[in-house]
Design a protein around this ligand. Structure first.
Ligand code: NAD
Length: 421
């Protein structure tokens, strides 16, 4: 069954698995090795007892899935939410293995989650849930084992609580046990901007291939949060013409270019871009189909699908969000010659600077932001070139090339290490 035939039944995680299978088949790896690569190394389920503020005792379910330790410690976020499932965490853990391998950093993938509704929990309750979850998985995490980071509904504060809990148990401060920490607690300069900056770096590389300059390049960005907002700011400063931006409430278009700094100020105050006077209103999905050179979806999943892919006018699609494009849309975009920079490459700037944070924590010496940005650029550019060359060599699109490159790197490590016992 091709990916296209199976289109509508596939969830995001099934789509990832389907892409993995296509890439793995092309590499002609041994069936047993493929099964090994597909299977997580370890899945931990914990039940977290927490005393609520009203004195009542509650129990929350939490997970940590460690997909691969072949290339180094595991790395991946922890998310909180009522919809979190083990299956979702399993899919995301594998995705982290491939993302780390694409940018060639020495980590395997992991992901964690707790089923809870953060909107209905006080700060104290969230802290107690976080600390007990950390205590439950303590034997399996740490700088040499598995290094968590923030994800949906978790943040710098959550990482600070995890770091403190871990440190209390091992009786000394271990900043390298999590990343995404506040800068004053061993976080890295440049981490906040890293994903948006990584998106810009890969766009710069794509422009070089097409012989275009930034000033002549019109960009539309869907999503104005951490990734979209930072990408918009940095790309505007670098000379790109940002002609369209959308958030969940609506979009704005201005073919002469939006005033991004003013829009950032407006959005910080109004909590939305809607109503900003410097552009015309447009729907947040309609904006994807407008004329531009670069489209940067940085909001949410599956926004480019079989229904709208044939109307996408952009020459370059840089995926800031995770899984913004469905497999059937991939095929349509490929046929139409759109140059896709897949998520596991385009948005890997965040995990790359997390790697830098871990490195800085371990040797206790912190780099100025300019060094962080330079090193991020080196790794993103190398990864971009690796993916594009791999694709050209094997005659596949960039997404399949990124998976093939990642799987090949992990498979090679496994072959060299051999199977223990
Ligand atoms: P965020 O919550 O800070 O921002 C999300 C933005 O998208 C908001 O502006 C929101 O209004 C907008 N949005 C949500 N749904 C929308 C819709 N249907 N149409 C238009 N706009 C919509 O989130 P973020 O951290 O910027 O993450 C965005 C995406 O990037 C997610 O897919 C995330 O998994 C991925 N990602 C983030 C990072 C990171 O470092 N933050 C790293 C890798 C991948």
């Amino acid at each position: 069954m091709s990916i296209v035939e199976s289109e509508r039944e596939l969830s995001v995680f099934e789509s990832m698995a389907a892409r993995f299978d296509v890439a793995a088949r092309k590499l002609k790896l041994d069936e047993g090795l493929l099964r090994y690569l597909r299977t997580p190394n370890r899945e931990i389920i914990v039940h977290i007892p927490v005393t609520r503020d009203n004195g009542q005792l509650d129990v929350f379910d939490g997970f940590r899935v460690q997909h691969s330790i072949a290339r180094g410690p595991c790395k991946g976020g922890i998310r909180y939410g009522p919809q979190v499932t083990l299956d979702e965490i399993r899919g995301l853990a594998a995705e982290m293995t491939w993302k780390c391998a694409v940018v060639n950093i020495p980590f395997g993938g992991a992901k964690g989650g707790i089923i809870c509704d953060p909107q209905k929990l006080s700060t104290g309750e969230l802290e107690r849930i976080t600390r007990r979850y950390t205590a439950e998985i303590l034997d399996y995490i740490g700088p040499e084992r598995d290094v968590p980071a923030p994800d949906m509904n978790t943040n710098e504060q959550t990482m600070a609580w995890i770091m403190d809990t871990y440190s209390m148990h091992v009786r000394h401060t271990v900043t390298a046990c999590v990343t995404g920490k506040p800068v004053d607690l061993g976080g890295s300069r440049g981490r906040k901007e890293a994903t948006g900056r990584g998106c810009m770096i890969v766009c710069d590389e794509a422009l070089k291939r097409f012989g275009r300059d930034r000033q002549a390049t019109r960009v539309i960005i869907q999503g104005f949060g951490n990734v979209g907002g930072q990408a918009a700011r940095l790309m505007h400063e670098a000379g790109y013409k940002i002609i369209g931006i959308a958030d969940i409430h609506g979009g704005l278009i201005n073919t002469h270019g939006l005033d991004v700094p003013e829009l950032l100020e407006y959005a910080a105050e109004s909590k939305t871009i809607v109503g900003f006077p410097g552009g015309e209103a447009i729907g947040c999905n309609e904006i994807l189909e407008q004329d531009c050179e670069i489209l940067l979806p940085a909001a949410t999943e599956s926004v480019i699908n079989s229904k709208n892919a044939h109307r996408i006018k952009a020459r370059i699609l840089a995926e800031g969000a995770n899984s913004p494009t469905t497999p059937p849309a991939d095929d349509i975009l490929f046929e139409r010659g759109v140059f896709v920079i897949p998520d596991i490459l385009a948005n890997a700037g965040g995990v790359t600077v997390s790697y830098f944070e871990w490195v800085q924590d371990r040797y206790g010496y912190f780099w100025p932001e300019v060094d962080v940005n330079r090193r991020l650029t080196e790794l993103q550019v190398a990864a971009f070139n690796d993916v594009v060359h791999f694709g050209e060599k094997h005659g596949v699109n960039n997404r399949i090339a990124a998976y093939m490159l990642a799987i090949d790197r992990v498979a090679n490590t496994l072959k060299m290490r051999g199977i223990y016992a």
